[in-house]
Ligand binder design. Structure first.
Ligand code: ZN
Ligand code: ZN
Length: 324
């Protein structure tokens, strides 16, 4: 298989598009890939540093790598993040909601301890002076402020969200949610009615990944921006409106022989949005968060056609800025 318009997708469409669940039974591919404690932040930090070497936004990628290192350090210091009450998660599942529904979940105080530790670590690194002042000011805030900001971020309410520090806020929440999700088994995460949202925490995806591996080769998974759970969705299908018509791809030649076009924008004419798709057969080290950031030129290219992206990357939150 070489492309979404190549030989394999035609077969894939024929076999998979009508009933995804039938395909899953036929091929026995995992419906969900849960995050591991070592599979998210450590490889992300390494990937960010590799990408930084040739990127025009290298300094920012290195800053996010510092955050990812600190995230791994925090996750390592919590053998188990506290899960919500079992009855609450059961109730969510019963009503077709994700067990760790990020919008309604009553967060354990641990996430704020993680946030304060992340801030301390990042403030010990080299930072541009204005960013240092912003983060120092943020670090003095009270718990209620952090909770209010977290609620805004998780419900995508940008009004009053302090965008300048949102990556640090999100980084703490990612550690908390990855830590919880990594304790689940597949049975804990039933399928959602809403295919565009993470079945574990209900958040949106950063990008999708066409995977490699004996069982999953060529199958596409959406990568959750918050808890890093991946969930299966057939290829050549809009991840936003689920249309299978008028899907096309845009990419930029990144000049890496043998690894060209490892990141593409999957564009849908039905809802006029796009989400990036990362092809691990072209580069096995691709990371949804890192490669989405590093391919910002592709966002500019696709954005010029008036098509908004539907992916969420918490390391690049855009919106209204408010004083802390
Ligand atoms: Zn999630
Ligand atoms: Zn669409």
């Amino acid at each position: 298989m070489s492309d979404d318009t190549g030989a394999r997708p035609a077969t894939e469409r024929m076999l998979l598009d009508p009933e995804e669940i039938v395909a899953r039974q036929a091929y026995d591919i995992p419906r969900v890939r849960l995050p591991g404690r070592d599979t998210v932040f450590r490889p992300r930090a390494a990937r960010l540093r590799t990408l930084a070497e040739t990127s025009t936004i290298g300094d920012y990628l290195r800053f996010v790598a510092t955050i990812a290192d600190a995230q791994q350090q925090q996750l390592d210091s919590y053998p188990a993040l506290p899960l919500p009450p079992v009855e609450r998660m059961e109730q969510n599942r019963k009503f077709g909601m994700p067990p760790l529904n990020a919008v309604s979940l009553q967060r354990a105080p641990a996430w704020r301890t993680i946030l304060r530790s992340l801030l301390t670590t990042v403030l010990h690194s080299e930072l541009p002076a204005p960013l240092r002042v912003t983060l120092e000011q943020f670090a003095t805030q009270v718990d209620d402020y952090f909770e209010a900001q977290a609620s805004k971020l998780l419900s995508a309410n940008l009004q009053g969200l302090n965008v300048a520090v949102a990556p640090l806020l999100a980084a703490a929440l990612q550690v908390y949610f990855v830590g919880m999700a990594s304790q689940f088994t597949l049975e804990d995460v039933p399928a959602l009615g809403e295919a565009s949202l993470c079945p574990c925490c209900g958040s949106r995806s950063t990008a999708s990944l066409a995977r490699i591996g004996a069982q999953e080769a060529g199958y596409r998974y959406l990568s959750c921006a918050l808890c890093a759970t991946e969930w299966h969705m057939v290829r050549v299908k809009c991840t936003q409106c689920l249309s299978t018509k008028d899907i096309h791809y845009q990419s930029i030649d990144d000049g890496r022989p043998g690894r060209e076009h490892a990141v593409k924008a999957e564009c849908c004419d039905a809802c006029n949005t796009y989400l990036k798709i990362l092809y691990l057969d072209r580069d096995p080290n691709l990371d949804a968060c890192a490669d989405d950031l590093a391919s910002v030129a592709l966002d500019v290219l696709v954005g010029e056609t008036g098509r908004p992206g539907c992916g969420v990357n918490y390391m690049l939150v855009q919106g209204e800025t408010a004083a802390p």
